[in-house]
Write a protein that binds this ligand. Structure first.
Ligand code: SAH
Ligand code: SF4
Length: 354
């Protein structure tokens, strides 16, 4: 029988495994602490479990980890981690320091099937979904490299891939990220970024788990969005905004709308005004991301002045609008450019913080 990767089990599945051993449910919490808080590598290290249970667990299960192939640090302190998966696939995670925050951007898929025209991950196409343990092990793998004074404060699911296309694993991962006995992040510090796959977005609205939602809008009309993001033909902007309007938000929570600014495509005054109208009535915050350019991408970043003008119009219209600084550009760790390649090959991703 193939052994079970313990970090591939959701909370509920781990409970069931222990139950099948005839063990009490509270053992689950002890195991969670060993796996996610202590980050142990071996079941034998779970010293508050009986020897008997440890042996039984070891026969049936194991603790996985990712192998870190390479890490690079940018001049601005941004670090990029390249991990190798069991099947040889590669993914990237990016750690971004910003004042008191240390944000980790993690991947949910190898590649991406959405094919957005301005994104290098989109260009590489879709390889496969990450497993639950591969999503979580990025956090644990990066944690291992930190000094005792450093700790990750925020998680953003904004690396390679479309999180809602890997729905179940993404939800299970967020559950473990925010569980007090597991990774224990406040839900306000975990952000899921999506193009807005409608059926999944509607399902998400009914989930019990909490997190911050970010929608990659990138256009203020259907035609422009159809062109930049082909998925818009199936799940149009107006439908996404309809779901957003009804999305259950807690007091003080807002939906973040990401808008990559691309010269001559979506950066005009008229488009800024349309965006103000579109977002009326939705508790929102807009993150403007000046495009990170790459030779494979047929677009340019607008001038700083145009970016500022766009932001001003949003603010005059009563929206909160922030221009994200590009980080990690010198090591190609920026938004939309993670390709899972080694140094010397192409790395182009700039990092922005939420
Ligand atoms: N697939 C998800 C999450 C990963 S992409 C999504 O699209 O939301 C994370 C963010 O990077 C998205 O908001 C996307 O619009 C942005 N992005 C993609 N390519 C970019 C580029 N070349 N320059 C700047 N931002 C980019
Ligand atoms: Fe995929 Fe997001 Fe890139 Fe679009 S922007 S191709 S959804 S990773």
């Amino acid at each position: 029988m193939e052994k079970i990767d313990l970090k591939n089990l959701s909370l509920h599945e781990l409970e069931n495994l222990l139950f099948s051993f005839g063990k009490e449910r509270y053992r689950t919490l002890q195991i969670l602490r060993w796996l996610y808080q202590k980050g142990i590598q071996n079941i034998d290290q779970m010293t508050n479990l009986s020897k008997n249970l440890r042996e039984e667990l070891s026969r049936r299960a194991f603790i996985s980890r990712l192998s870190l192939l390479q890490s690079e640090e940018s001049k601005d302190g941004t670090k990029k981690f390249l991990f190798q998966l069991q099947d040889g696939g590669r993914i990237e995670s990016v750690l971004i320091p910003d004042k008191k925050r240390l944000t980790l951007c993690i991947s949910t898929q190898v590649g991406c099937a959405m094919g957005c025209r301005f994104c290098l991950t989109g260009k590489m196409g879709f390889k496969r979904d990450l497993t639950l343990s591969e999503i979580l092990n990025q956090i644990l793998g990066v944690k291992e490299t930190l000094s005792s004074e450093e700790s990750i404060t925020n998680i953003v699911l904004m690396g390679m891939g479309e999180p809602l296309a890997n729905y179940q694993n993404t939800i299970k991962a967020i559950e473990l990220m925010t569980h007090p006995e597991a990774l224990n992040f406040s839900y306000r510090r975990v952000t899921l970024s999506t193009v807005g796959l409608l059926p999944e977005l509607e399902k998400l609205a009914k989930e019990k788990i909490r997190f911050r939602l970010a929608i990659s809008l990138n256009a203020s009309d259907e035609k422009t969005r159809d062109h930049l993001m082909p998925i818009n033909r199936r799940y149009p902007l107006r439908e996404i905004l309809r779901v957003c309007r009804n999305f259950p938000l807690h007091r003080r929570d807002r939906i973040t709308f990401e808008y990559v600014l691309i010269e001559g495509e979506n950066d005009s005054v008229r488009e800024a005004k349309k965006l103000v109208k579109l977002l009326k009535g939705i508790p929102s915050k807009v993150n403007l991301i000046p495009l990170n350019e790459a030779p494979e991408i047929p677009y340019k970043r607008p001038s700083e002045e145009k970016v500022r003008r766009f932001q001003e119009i949003l603010m005059e219209g009563g929206l909160t609008a922030i221009v994200r600084k590009s980080k990690g550009a010198d090591i190609s760790a920026a938004c939309g450019q993670l390709q899972g390649k080694e140094r010397g090959e192409r790395f182009d991703r700039i990092l922005e913080i939420l």
